[in-house]
Design a protein. Sequence first.
Length: 216
Amino acid sequence: MNGISVDMQALKKGEVNLGTSIMAVTFDGGVILGADSRTTTGAFIANRVTDKLTQVHDTIWCCRSGSAADTQAVADMVKYHLQMYSVLYEKPPTKVAASIFQEICYSNKDALSAGIICAGYDDKNGGEVYSIPLGGSLHKQPYAIAGSGSTYIYGYCNTRFKPNMTRDETVDFVKGALTEAIKWDGSSGGVIRMVVLTKNGVERLIFYPDEYQKDY
């Protein structure tokens, strides 16, 4: 079909893979998560406006890459565990959420295709970012990038990231990095979605192609 191979069996089973670009960045006063919105099955674009940023608690979110079905199931499980945690104890810190992600992904590493970035804000620790790549290891980082588009922006991020950036500087940093990832990675595209987490709560941002292509 015009040189494009579509795995129809995978589509019938609901198995959709996320060739994607996701990232999370700490800044002075919080953390920002960002992602593109293209979902692909091979060379077929299954969805142009996917939301890959998932809330698992009040100010704890995750970015998802890998199999859409796997990552959605893992996020739902973590959300359930955090709800139980908050009933028995108190508002969970970001590290607890990341540890639950890591435990689920590691225990099922042979069955899951799930790469997760977990980020959140709490009053004690401020903004934090944890990366859980394929295989289920856990890494705390000032910023994390993942997905197929991340391979194109390591140099960009290493050059431009600064500790303790302002909110606006961090928004520009995430927007610029994801713009480059979308430009070079065929599996990334659509709009750029962001979530800003601070002591004031959750703020959602969206940038459309004509906006970010004009700026960068």
